[in-house]
Design a protein around this ligand. Structure first.
Ligand code: PMP
Ligand code: GLU
Length: 409
């Protein structure tokens, strides 16, 4: 039986699902895994997750929680102990003070974003999404029945939203602005000044809320202090949901713990959504997250040193490829080079590489390297390389990409 014979008939699917795309990061990784199963040597740089082990004290805390039999349902919003640890984190790192009723814990930062959009969007409601943006933002907006308003922010503004562009994107239907700093995929980091300029625009549009996705907060390579929207303007804090999690900073992607903080009324609505869907994330993962948030951060400099070394090497190698150009990203663990110079060239069979999507498929087929096309992040003409992989894998991947690109005529 072929896979398609099991596909649900079109009539079964909702308009919301028919109007959304599957996650491109997951899709490229699935294609890469399929080739691996067929015996091909494939290097997967399509899914961004730290390749380090979860710190030992966090693993020990999880084992202890299992032995204490912390195996029951928890509060929908997350355990009180974890929400208290989250409150301490926001105060310590960001100078933001939240009560436990202003905090929700979910299955990754991803679920926080999802809950918030489900809790607030009606058909026709607009969400401003500066792009390039993480593949899931526009699709989550669509799944919630809303309309993403895509605002292109290219290399000329450091891939960042400016006050003028924000002003131009807001309408009477705008409910949210989604901001992500450091950014996936560009690595761009907003300064306090830049956030203040955006806050000034938003002060004229009190109906617009801000979803601040800070999951890469700890993955930054410059000394400037971290800035987050709720901390730059108290007026904005009253309509900001600040989202963070343990996936990136603590190498805990599979544990599925994210959290968000904002006005209690919003959190209450998000708890309603969560109570009718996943209930909460795993009780054991929540115990581990407390140890992560309250524990020592002595492993972080090592993570950052490795990421920085890989970033510098990958960006230098990409810039050595004719037709590719890449700025040095100040945060996260992705390089987001332009591939404009390669478009229009032909592969060995005479097929033209018309787009970044063609290039990504070509690199997977010919080089055996999985990357994600820029169009998946709504900025065509680029591709994303996750450098959260071993130095040896990156070295091999860059050699293969360089060879494959050199074969294009
Ligand atoms: N936001 C951004 C920008 C991300 O890149 C990711 C990871 N793909 C997430 C949120 C979600 O992370 P998690 O659900 O693992 O916390
Ligand atoms: N942050 C990762 C990425 O963008 C995880 C995969 C995902 O959830 O999209 O590749």
């Amino acid at each position: 039986m072929t896979e398609t014979s099991h596909a649900p008939s079109h009539a079964l699917l909702s308009g919301r699902v028919r109007g959304a795309k599957p996650s491109a990061t997951k899709e490229m990784t699935r294609l890469a895994n399929q080739l691996k199963r067929e015996g091909r040597s494939v290097i997967t740089l399509s899914q961004g997750e730290p390749d380090f082990p979860t710190p030992r004290h966090v693993r020990e805390a999880a084992k202890a929680a299992i032995d204490r039999n912390e195996s029951r349902y928890t509060d929908v919003a997350g355990t009180l102990a974890l929400r208290e640890a989250v409150a301490r984190k926001f105060e310590r790192d960001n100078g933001l003070v939240y009560g436990v009723d202003q905090i929700q814990v979910g299955c990754g930062a991803k679920q926080l974003l999802y809950n918030a959009l489900q809790a607030t969007l009606d058909p026709g409601d607009e969400v401003v999404v500066p792009v390039p943006a993480w593949v899931s933002y526009p699709e989550m907006v669509r799944l919630a029945g809303g309309t993403p308003v895509i605002v292109r922010c290219g290399a000329s503004t450091g891939f960042k939203l400016t006050a003028a562009r924000l002003q131009g994107a807001i309408t009477a239907r705008t409910k949210w602005l989604m901001l992500n700093s450091p950014s996936n995929p560009s690595g761009a980091v907003y300064t306090r000044q830049e956030l203040l300029a955006l806050a000034q625009v938003l002060s004229r549009h009190p109906q617009v809320w801000v979803m601040a996705d800070d999951v890469y907060e700890k993955i930054r390579y410059e000394d400037t202090p971290f800035a987050t929207p709720a901390a730059v303007s108290p007026e904005l804090a009253a309509r900001t949901l600040t989202i963070n999690g343990v996936s990136k900073a603590y190498a805990m992607t599979g544990w599925r713990v994210g959290f968000g903080a904002g006005p209690a009324e919003l959190i209450k609505a998000m708890n309603l959504v969560q109570s009718q869907s996943t209930s909460h994330t795993s009780s054991i993962s929540q115990a581990a997250a407390i140890a992560a948030l309250d524990g020592p951060m002595d492993f972080l400099p090592g993570f950052l040193q490795a990421f920085r070394r890989r970033r510098d090497a990958v960006v230098a190698r990409l810039n050595g490829i004719d037709g590719v150009a890449c700025d040095l990203p100040p945060g996260a663990f992705y390089a987001f080079p332009s591939c404009q110079g390669l478009l229009g060239r032909r592969d060995e069979s005479g097929q033209t590489i018309e787009s970044d999507a063609d290039l990504a498929l070509y690199l997977l087929r010919v080089a055996g390297v999985a990357v994600v096309p820029g169009s998946a992040f709504e900025l065509p003409g680029h591709f994303r390389v996750s450098y959260a992989a071993s130095d040896a894998e990156l070295d091999e991947a860059m050699a293969r990409i360089g060879d494959a690109c050199a074969q294009l005529r």
